[in-house]
Write a protein that binds this ligand. Sequence first.
Ligand code: C2E
Ligand code: CA
Ligand code: CA
Length: 540
Amino acid sequence: MERNLKSSERKAYIVSHLEEALDKGWVIPYYQPIVRTITNSIAGAEALARWIDPNYGCIMPDTFVPALEEKGLIYKLDCFMLREAVRLQRERMDAGLPVGPISVNLSRQDFDNMDMVSYAGEITDKYGVSRELIELELTESLLVRDKEEMTRVVKELRRAGFSVWMDDFGSGYSSLIFMNDYTLDLIKLDMGFLKSFTRTSMEIMRSAVNMAKNLGIRTLAEGVETEEHVRFLREIGCDMMQGYYFSKPLSGEKMEEYLLNMGMPAETIEWKSFYDQADAFVINNEIPRAIMEYDMAEDQIHYLFINANEREQLRSIGRAHREDSEFVFNVRNNPLHVKLLEFYNHVIQSGENVTMYISDNSCFVRMDGKLIAKQENRCIFLFSMINVTKDRTQKIGDVLSKSLSDIVLLFDDVHVLNPELDTADNLINNFGIEGGFRDHDPLREGLRRFCKHSIYPEDRERYWAFANPDTMIERILQTSDGVERDYFRVLLPTDDGKEKYVWKEFNLLLIPGSENQKVLSCIKNSGPTGCMPCGKSGIG
Ligand code: C2E
Ligand code: CA
Ligand code: CA
């Protein structure tokens, strides 16, 4: 056993047996899974060396790494570990298994004692393994000490196509500013932060993550051991997690078992940049924001991230948990679901920021969405729902009762008209989707403009008779059900960027309590398809 040897004897043994250990397979790579926080999927693994000695049993890196470094031999171990990682990738690819990146530890001496940059390139080429499948970890102390030389090395490795990570960030004397000196792909927050897990260490992690985000550097927390750690890292937007909470380092065999039996999905390299793009928007700032993943084929949406302020907004709409929102969003045949579908489609097609107002749980809600990434049938949106009921109640609370506000959800376009004052207030305007609430637009002028630009020429005369503000209230009062209703063809943009006329149902009703002064104008699709080829009538 190891403890039977004195430290000096142990070191001598390691140094004199290194070649044998490498040749005879005493040194083997173990792998520790790395988990992507927003998806909870295994997004890679770190290779960690184990020395299973026939005489002394399992020897850990904290014993043999310093011994080898002392004698300038660590590069032999690192080359071996790198080659094993590359070979494993080749094997998995040949076996048709999914592959994700493996990260390998390098030492300072690897760049002094040999040309590690060239070796890494040669070994990946030899096995025909894409360099994005290998990530290289350099320790913080190394990067701090030899800044000039290491800047060159980091640049070359990245130019060659490898991701370069800073290991043990925060363990030494580096400052956050220091991140700016290197272009790194990721920093690994030292496990000391989670070990102590004090207010201070949490604050440091939070600001390191924010700072890294601003610089376009991804973040990983090491030493994740508890549920509480996971919750905290999710909250601050740390991209990746690694630690005993998920798994200890495992032999190749055990790692296969883990992948099969853990029930955690594995993220393959094809999806890496898709989710990396999402991670870039995972920011816990003052602005309410969420990241959503939408499966277009399944018509299913779920949250990848919600920041504290957005959670507050959802709570104010009456949804305490993200699951509550997800449930409501995914209920088919629900008017909200239909509205959301329309919203997603606009978001996907426009590529711009899209705003839409809806009525949700008797609240007025402004939705903002923007497409972040799209691959196959999956999309990632930046998304927020902001409860604007308070802002709006002053304006519309007096004209709309609570129950009426839910009716509004069924329509594409809702205005409050006041023929006497000649005003129109826009509650929901999804024709232009950019449905802002503008105060007291001139009613008659607006109707004329709408008639001229949007109504099918053959329908214009009929429309004008219907929309005539001078007779509107009288006509509504004469109807049997209190709703003046008719159908007209309206010019709308289509998915392919063209325009076409679509049948719409127009409804005019008096707003209760407005003393026959105010009219609610609601417009929606006329039939199940809402669309009939122009020229055909057949409406009823
Ligand atoms: P490291 O790169 O910071 O690796 C993380 C170490 O933390 C690993 O120890 C791992 O087993 C351990 N660890 C992982 N999750 C947890 C956790 O949740 N809690 C705790 N308490 N520990 C956790 P390991 O494998 O003993 O490696 C120690 C160090 O040895 C590594 O630190 C790395 O610097 C070095 N090392 C390991 N393999 C190699 C190698 O092939 N080449 C070089 N140059 N260094 C290596
Ligand atoms: Ca490491
Ligand atoms: Ca580390």
